[in-house]
Design a binder for this molecule. Sequence first.
Ligand code: NDP
Length: 298
Amino acid sequence: MINRTMNQLQWIRNGRFYQFSEEATRFQNKVVVITGASSGIGRASALEFAAQGARVVLAARRRNTLLELERQIRDMGGEAISVITDVKRISDCERLVNEALEAFGQIDVLINNAGISMRATFEELELEVIKELMDTNFFGAVYCTKFALPHLLKQKGTVIGISSITGLAPLPGRSGYVASKHAMDGFLNTLRLENMDKGLNVLVVHPGFTSSEIREKALDGHCLPHGESSLDEERMMSSERVARYIARATYRRERDLVLTSQGKMVVWLHKNFPGITDRILVYQMSKENQLTIHQNAV
Ligand code: NDP
């Protein structure tokens, strides 16, 4: 009991201390639904929003990982439920929204975060890879947003899409991934316009390299998980830091967020010098050997 009370007062993670701070109550009485909550950015976001007072709804396919996270949040004095969800299935996305409403009565923030990556040139891949990427990264976000939208409008809430730097610039060996993120950007930017006078905020997040499981799970040309990454995850931005940026941008009702200095530079170069940037990317590809680029980029 003492521990629980202490935990309610203190959320100490990664050197952050929320005791009695304004941040601890930023999302009090808010309900945040997060897809892809079982690892990486989604998991870190669940902990961050819960630490800032939100009731969180955790969605992903891995039951045990979700239940463990749910327990962790409850032990810290937060409120969470898990809904086993495959975002490729329309019925799962509808059930996710229904169970969130059943448990908490409202939805204030939807974070469309579930995603997978790939490593193969278009020439060498099987079409199934592109379909898998679009179904998960793009259609998964479309389905969840469709069912959550009436409830988000009611709350004048926020829809978030976790896109990527590749939502703004191309990357060799990632045709399906880049297409899915460009599609997500276009979809959410249009949703913003359609609901501009209805109080809905739409936030599109473009993370750069972030330490997570994404490279390990990336699909090869035959739609199988690659199972390894030669990049040093330690040198990337942490998922926890990305989650803090997401929570802050949500609180401030910002419209977009581009992360990492390297990511910002790529976006700027591509916007201002697209021809040169194309050549740099292709040069990098040949310099580092096709496979290395394939294995490393998100
Ligand atoms: P992780 O692989 O660590 O997390 C991906 C999450 O998505 C997991 O929780 C996974 O859960 C879930 N997921 C995958 N497929 C499905 C599905 N069909 N239904 C439901 N959940 C699913 O990667 P990240 O945390 O890095 O990725 C999160 C988002 O951030 C992605 O959209 C990614 O594209 C984006 N991003 C990541 C970057 C990075 O460098 N890490 C850079 C730019 C963008 P489960 O397997 O349990 O279903």
